[in-house]
Write a protein that binds this ligand. Structure first.
Ligand SMILES: *Cc1c(COP(=O)(O)O)cnc(C)c1O
Length: 478
């Protein structure tokens, strides 16, 4: 596609928006400028292609399409059927899954769909069976009461939040933590890695209905073959949430024991992280759970987002191209270069390195909290997020970690040399920042002191690093 077409498309779109509410058009343009200028190391973010972005801005947004392809509760869904079927087909082919459900609006929604599919499949509830056989009118109030009681309080075993698990894996602030009786497995304090024997032991003791693997802040591969064996040994359904690393699965960097799809009963993901698609979610499963998963709407979701499903179809088609494998490999190579650069300069990394797309720096080695480090880096033009480290003494708000990831910068084209330069900039900021004090002179977990001249100099070097790698080079807003 010519650069001209993409520039024209975005310019025209902004002109039309500007005609109604110019401040929105200005904010959209400002967002592109901000993203172009910042060294984005947020591990969960990326830059979707112009084709993916453009597939979302249209009249598909106006359509209700509850139901599934060919079985809708609304008339006139033939074109939605086309894009939903295409997205599902690309997903099945890309991941080698027998079934794909592409309606979830986000990763959280995909997990809720998966949880309910598993509950509906596994929980022995006569009332639920009646409800599923559409004998709803035969259910008494007592049946409904029993159904609610039987479905609630089921057991889930997932990775602990501070070891890198996700809120939706049974933690209190999320509905999953209120629905499920949750226990978690952590990591080995000595190595920072998952200790599969401990997971097996926890599973034997707790006998979960669902064993969940997947993470948002664990810098290593997970052996899904072993996890499946553990699930089988206690009769648990094995669910993998690959929200963060779906791009590495799609790009065949994670294969064999490290590819979740052949090992899990059900796999959920987001589409906007390393997979580089639109903001959304997806569920993959075998034939056993397919019917339940397809009931995601109306069980958990309302109307699907046809414009986002169109964009999912585009992004998944891109991920099936041969060059996506090269992209996925470069993500991991870049994360390793970044980790090596940090280690060489004396940083402490959780697990001592990485074999995926992210690196977790334990900033207590610099005498800082995650909160102080995150803000000092931001002052210096480096966008990261603070994150707990295992057994974090500073809790989930201040934390002791900085999570950095390479999917976004790799999309821009930065490589190993730039990762080493990035490591130097991060190390400079963190080693020059000191903890500040509160109004009463007491040590603060939020305040920090960083010479503005250092922040400015690092900011300039970060901008210089990006100059040879323009973001959305095909898009000139004029
Ligand atoms: C990001 C993430 C989610 C949630 O995705 P949203 O689209 O933000 O709802 C779920 N699980 C894991 C492991 C994640 O990393």
């Amino acid at each position: 596609m010519s650069r001209n077409a993409e520039s024209t498309a975005f310019r025209s779109a902004l002109e039309v928006v500007r005609g109604v509410e110019p401040r929105v058009a200005d904010a959209i343009a400002a967002e592109l400028a901000d993203q172009r200028e910042s060294l984005k190391l947020i591990a969960s973010e990326n830059y979707a292609s112009p084709a993916t972005l453009l597939a979302m801005g249209n009249w598909f947004s106006d359509k209700y399409a509850e139901g599934t392809v060919g079985r809708r509760f609304y008339a006139g869904c033939q074109n939605v059927d086309t894009v939903e079927a295409l997205a599902a087909e690309h997903a099945r082919e890309l991941f080698g899954a027998s079934h794909a459900y592409v309606q979830p609006h986000s990763g959280i929604d995909a997990n809720l769909v998966a949880f309910w599919a598993i509950l509906a499949d596994r929980v022995e509830s006569p009332a639920l069976r009646k409800a599923q056989a559409r004998q709803v009118n035969d259910l008494t109030e007592a049946d409904w009461f029993a159904l609610r009681r039987e479905l609630g309080n089921q057991r889930m075993l997932g990775m602990s939040l501070d070891a890198g698990g996700h809120l939706t894996h049974g933690f209190r602030p999320n509905i999953s933590g209120k629905m499920f009786d949750q226990r978690s497995y952590g990591t080995d304090p000595a190595t920072g890695r998952i200790d599969y024997d401990r997971v097996a032991e926890a599973a034997r003791e707790f006998k979960p209905l669902i064993l969940v693997a997947g993470y948002s802040a664990y810098p290593r591969k997970v052996n899904f073959r072993i996890m499946r064996e553990i699930a089988d040994s206690v009769g648990a359904t094995f669910m993998v949430d690959m929200a963060h690393f779906a791009g590495l699965v799609a790009g065949k960097v994670f294969t064999g024991d490290f590819d979740p799809v052949p090992h899990a009963h059900i796999v959920t993901t987001t589409t906007h992280k390393s997979l580089r698609g639109p903001r959304g979610g997806m569920v993959l499963c075998g034939p056993e759970l397919a019917d339940q998963v397809d009931r995601g709407c109306p069980m958990v979701l309302g109307g699907p987002l046809p414009h986002v499903m169109a964009a999912k179809a585009v992004a998944l088609a891109e991920a099936r191209r041969p060059d996506f494998a090269g992209y996925a490999q470069r993500i991991v190579d870049n994360a390793q270069a970044l980790a090596d650069g940090l280690l060489r300069r004396g940083a402490t990394l959780v697990t001592g390195g990485t074999d995926n797309h992210l690196v977790l720096i334990d900033v207590s080695g610099y005498g800082l909290t995650g909160r102080q480090a995150e803000q000092a880096l931001l002052d210096s033009g480096i966008v990261t997020n603070r994150n707990s480290v295992p057994q974090d003494p500073n809790g989930a708000w201040y934390t002791s970690g900085i999570r950095i990831g390479t999917p976004a910068l790799t999309t821009r084209g930065l490589g190993a040399a730039e990762m080493d330069a990035t490591a130097e900039l991060i190390h400079t900021v963190l080693s020059q920042t000191t903890p500040g004090t509160g109004p009463d002179g007491a040590p603060s977990k939020a305040k920090y002191v960083l010479d503005p001249a250092v922040a400015e100099s690092v900011g300039k070097q970060a901008a210089d690093l990006l100059t040879p790698f323009p973001l959305y080079p095909s898009v000139d807003l004029g």
